[in-house]
Design a protein. Structure first.
Length: 240
């Protein structure tokens, strides 16, 4: 059955204009975004809004993951991928693993109608940097691109609540603590969607000190992204 998402272009574009005025893009660096979404109307509307923003370009649109993977194999590398979960043939969660294997530095933000904990958890464990529910407004989606590039983990409020529920559900566990108290504090802020700059400000640390702590966290948890670190910490009860 075809999916139908309605968006008010006039109001959404107005909100996106406000988002554009608030950000400070590097004029020498164009951010390349790929959109993988099988709903043609939603894909077209979102790509137009992205292309209307300063410093960001929706350089490729795909209706399925297979075509996107072909483009990656051909040598194109996006900075950010906006990825639908419910894709035909290769689903979005399986596509995350394929994309990250070919382009580990690409940030992947999920766009989906599914807000159940299992899908959220599987997505972040696979390497997703953010998880937004449809129909998020276009200004929120565009802002999430910048947030993910800054090391944050953008989420809609419903998804954030699910993450907190997962934390609460695993609080009774008493695992061997492999993280220091400082590393746990950093992970907690990451789970709230804070980027490295915000974490440094909150904990009164330098950016480079936070980066060093993150490298240690990744090594201890055997992960390669902030979202995967948070997911692993939640799964193993390391934030309780």
């Amino acid at each position: 059955m075809a999916k139908n998402y309605k968006m008010s272009n006039a109001s959404e574009l107005q909100s996106a204009d406000k988002c554009q005025a608030a950000k400070e893009p590097d004029p020498s660096r164009l951010v390349h975004v790929w959109l993988i979404e099988d709903n043609e109307n939603f894909r077209g509307t979102l790509s137009r809004v992205i292309n209307g923003m300063t410093g960001i370009q929706c350089s490729h649109q795909f209706s399925n993951a297979e075509d996107a993977l072909d483009a990656l194999h051909a040598g194109d590398v996006p900075d950010v991928v906006l990825l639908d979960v419910g894709l035909p043939v290769l689903n979005g969660i399986d596509a995350i693993r394929e994309i990250k294997a070919l382009s580990p530095t690409t940030r992947i933000i999920m766009l989906t109608v599914f807000d159940d904990q299992e899908k959220i958890f599987n997505a972040v464990c696979a390497g997703a940097s953010g998880y937004l529910l449809k129909p998020s407004n276009t200004a929120k989606i565009v802002h999430s691109i910048q947030e993910a590039l800054s090391g944050g983990a953008p989420m809609t409020p419903q998804v954030a609540r699910s993450v907190l529920d997962m934390l609460s559900g695993r609080a009774a566990r008493k695992p061997a603590q492999i993280l220091t108290s400082r590393e746990q504090a950093i992970l907690r802020l990451m789970s709230q969607g804070r980027g490295m700059k915000g974490i440094a400000e909150d904990l009164n640390l330098s950016y480079h000190t936070v980066d060093s702590h993150l490298r240690n966290i990744y090594a201890k948890l055997h992960v390669h992204s902030s979202a995967a670190a948070v997911a692993r910490a939640i799964k193993d009860g390391l934030l309780s």
